[in-house]
Design a protein around this ligand. Structure first.
Ligand code: FES
Ligand code: FES
Length: 159
């Protein structure tokens, strides 16, 4: 058994220590937001957040995760109550097939948590490991910009 903390909930997972986190999320925990694209760290469809940093869950063995915080797209909001980053993607209609989008949202979420006011170059550099085969990159970038702008507006209102 390996103890994982996912979206704030503890789970005892019956799986081999070298099992990729992606398989455990989807098969054991039934969290299907993270997608299998390449399984090789080359597409970003499986991106989640581990201790605040974007991570390819297809390359992350669960043995590395006890005591660490894993966040998946399900931890950011739901269909009925999407979180701010999800709302930004919806507002920009930043998806066609949607296969890459959970990974994109998670990578963008990690970026803004670390760098609340990113430059255009920082956004492009950070998002570059994640690929979109539908070609919605420009809308995805607009969604990240929108989320950043809305966070700074919220912060200014709170002052
Ligand atoms: Fe993990 Fe492609 S499925 S990077
Ligand atoms: Fe289809 Fe990105 S929206 S892969």
């Amino acid at each position: 058994m390996i103890k994982l903390t996912v979206n704030g909930h503890d789970h005892d997972v019956d799986a081999e220590p070298d099992t990729p986190l992606l398989y455990v999320l989807r098969d054991n925990l039934k969290l299907n937001g993270a997608k299998f694209g390449c399984g090789l760290g080359q597409c970003g469809a499986c991106t989640v957040i581990v201790d605040g940093a974007a991570a390819f869950s297809c390359l992350t063995p669960i043995a590395l995760l006890p005591g660490r915080q894993v966040t998946t797209i399900e931890g950011l909001g739901s269909v009925g109550t999407p979180g701010p980053m999800q709302q930004a993607f919806i507002a920009e209609q930043a998806a066609q097939c949607g296969y890459c989008i959970a990974g994109m949202v998670m990578r963008a979420q990690a970026l803004l948590a670390r760098t609340p006011n990113p430059t255009e170059q920082q956004i492009r550099d950070e998002m570059s490991p994640n690929l979109c085969r539908c070609g919605t990159h420009m809308r995805i970038l607009a969604a990240v910009r929108r989320a950043a702008a809305s966070r700074s507006t919220t912060r200014a209102d709170a002052r």
